[in-house]
Write a protein that binds this ligand. Sequence first.
Ligand SMILES: Cc1cc2nc3c(=O)[nH]c(=O)nc-3n(C[C@H](O)[C@H](O)[C@H](O)COP(=O)(O)OP(=O)(O)OC[C@H]3O[C@@H](n4cnc5c(N)ncnc54)[C@H](O)[C@@H]3O)c2cc1C
Length: 457
Amino acid sequence: MSWDLEVDVAVAGGGACGVMTALRAAQDPDLVVAVFERSTREGCNAAISSGSLAAGGTRFQRAAGIVDSPEQHATDILAASGDHEWGDIVRALCAVAPEMVEWLADELGYPVEIGADMPRAGMSVPRLHTDVGRHGGGRLMAHLRAALEGLPNVAFVDEAPVVDLVVDDGTVTGLVVEQNGARQRVRAGAVVLATDGFAASPALMAEHCGDLGHPFYGGVATATGSAVPWLHALGARFRNMGACLRSGLVVVDHGTRVSPALQFNGAVLLDADGRRFVDEEAHGYSSMAGVLRAQPGERAAMVWDAEAMAATRHSEMMRDCLAAGAIRDLPDLPALAAALGVAADTLAAALEPLPGRRRLAAPYHLAWVTHGVLATQGGVVVDTAGRVLGGDGEPVPGLYAGGGTVCGLAGPSSDGYSSGNGLLAAFGFGWIIGDRLAGRVDAGPASQRSARLRSTS
Ligand SMILES: Cc1cc2nc3c(=O)[nH]c(=O)nc-3n(C[C@H](O)[C@H](O)[C@H](O)COP(=O)(O)OP(=O)(O)OC[C@H]3O[C@@H](n4cnc5c(N)ncnc54)[C@H](O)[C@@H]3O)c2cc1C
């Protein structure tokens, strides 16, 4: 069999999971790591994400007086998803999350802060970490890729989509990369699939998520599920393919999203007749998408006031909305009623606070919101080390996967998605897989041999 290139670790996809895998694997200076990225121009979901990192038990939380732990984090995720069969995976990811967030700050110099002002449904304490300045995932990914550039044993190859795996008698021995129209066969001791999910594939979405209707798509064009056919060919098992990270906070005609913290700062949702139809705090943004889909016109008016605006306007989502002109300002109740086309007394009744909530005060802000899909959550079955499991339930030799390629943490329904799950599964598996390949965890002699191609062949 002829090869064009040989490396120890070949990573397909240079987004959140792929970059973290490479950063951690490269800690072993004897490993040669190559990341093959389809196109940084087209982008990864991590770079357009809010960059909110869920972790329980960090020093950032302790400094803010927040008592939390990986166990509590896992309990919250499982309470939302109900997917106890996936409990070991959830616990494994939550276990590495605090060290990972602290490493980002302490070793990589990323300006991390705890988002004490970022309440989310189902989160028993504040545990979303973000960047000081709230620039979101673009800043995070730029920081991580810059860190990767400084490593002598890593090559980041851009505009190089992976188009297939090379499998020899059930063992994954490499991958096929396309560059400038030519195909190259890359031999690797370990292959890591980090190509994300399939939300940008109309065919796979119709097959697995057709019940979501025709949502706005808020993710990147590269999430086409390229790994799905390769994994099918290996006989790998998939789970929860109908679940997505949805958002019920997409602004109609703009595609920006309002902050999920608005609904915890008094924002009210009204239907087309100006009536309140939901307890806004009872739903996370993913589950709220289903609620909005059931509304006439699949939309609702979100109304909030200056106090809620002050509490959220520094988030990258609200800055995007303001820059896009997606938020209307109305001076008083009659003006708001006119903008909504409803009677002022109907509106006044709808804005009566629910028990224990505060009353909104004029002037008001208004945005029409609808439902969208940001990313899929179904994917391939792996073990807690990120090894892809074959149809027989045993690891496929030489093959790992993480992030959106893998079955996520939402459970069988999009309603089970907890804020921060996406990057937790991406960075968390990258951390676990990379450390294992670098020999930082006891993975047994066979695994070390398989990653270190050069020393054994
Ligand atoms: C708008 C938005 C906001 C979000 N906000 C948050 C948040 O605040 N917190 C959170 O936890 N999650 C958030 N998420 C979810 C999170 O971004 C994803 O779960 C996460 O990025 C998945 O990581 P990944 O590494 O699997 O995929 P990505 O980060 O998307 O990276 C995948 C990479 O693989 C590349 N690729 C694809 N196919 C191939 C191929 N065949 N060959 C080579 N390369 C390929 C892509 O180009 C891409 O660079 C958000 C998502 C969206 C869309």
